[in-house]
Design a protein around this ligand. Sequence first.
Ligand code: GLY
Ligand code: MN
Ligand code: MN
Length: 446
Amino acid sequence: MAELRTLNFKPGTLNPTDMRHHPLDSQLFVDNRARLLKLLPPGALVALNANDVPPTNADGSLPIVPNADLFYLSGIEQEESLLVLAPDAPDEKLREILFLREPNEHLKTWEGHKLSKDEATRISGIRTVKWLSELPGAWRGLMCDAAEVFLNSNEHKRAVVEVQSRDARFIEDCRREYPLHTYRRLAPLLHQLRLVKSAAEVEVLKEAIRITDAGFRRVAKAVRPGVAEYELEAEFVHEFTRNRAKFAYTPIIASGANACTLHYISNDQPCGAGDLLLMDVAANYANYNADLTRTVPVDGKFTPRQRDVYNAVLRVMRASIAGCTVGKLHRDWTREAQLMMNDELVKLKLITTDDVKNAKPDEPACRKYFMHGLGHPLGLDVHDVGAMHTPFAAGWVLTVEPGIYIPEEGIGVRLENDVLVTPAGPVDLMADIPVEADEIEALMRS
Ligand code: GLY
Ligand code: MN
Ligand code: MN
């Protein structure tokens, strides 16, 4: 099981110098650049930077998280890289340029292999690769010919931006050196593009989902009374790492009442007999993220009450998956789920019909037990970029993740699948991952 087995995903051959995942076909990035070019005005000049290596304490650092936009347009994950696009540059060779750190013996000894120019071309499909030392001169030339300059920034609505990024520093430098230029925001264009996944991107997402599925099945068999949440986290690490994947986000492995803390990540408690266990854990493969939540009974069998709550969540999930149709507005999709959830909570005797009637339209009664969003776009970011007020369109990938959290009963249930919107209707990309209560019990027995 360590190697790739999906039918459609065709991994490239690994070279000793490759990143951990198999190389993606560079055509994916060539096509993405072509999509961006269609949105640019004449004379546009575009630049976007790698993320910084995140510092920790003393001389420590964390592994770099590749910049999603840079990856989307080039496949490049290496630190300090810069992509420049000048589609109307008179010199054809300057229309697409990658600037990279120049490899040297010192870097090789301490950090290992850095991309050669040929390797960068093979990954990205970009023929002109220069070392960073050439950037100031080359950038000046391009700026002198540019009509408008598109620079990148993190414009996710919920982003907490307290630390200056490489892109932000680059913008400051440009504004200081070239104050008379017209600067434009690249982010809205990239958001528009990234919301719609190409067939090639969906294949990579499916690979992340396949690995996530394997992780869940492995862990389901390891769940038993007394096992610690962190021991289950270790099982996920094992399955994801051997499949060349990473965690898509910090895993939530929450037993009993811990599941009612929505962002529980300490994962340090023992799983108690009779409790439910909520696991919101998924893989990132080649920078594409899955996002899965399953809730299982620690001792392998749901109590009647747990099963009732579970099935209520499952019904809302199934109906909401069916609601992922072209043209739907996120607001209406959410509203429909909230109305369903109101009915389910009345049946579970958690709220009354009076509560439903008396609730304000913006604060439906179900919010007491289902207080988070129904789902979000998924892709190179877990909460992916894109304008959520536009109608769902073919190629969107959305999570569908209703939940019911009852702290007074020590019960938290969330279920989450990833769904592709197509003209022929929603495609549940996680349809093969066990979710019916009986399937979950059978899996845990096996
Ligand atoms: N795991 C993050 C989320 O479900 O949104
Ligand atoms: Mn999610
Ligand atoms: Mn999730």
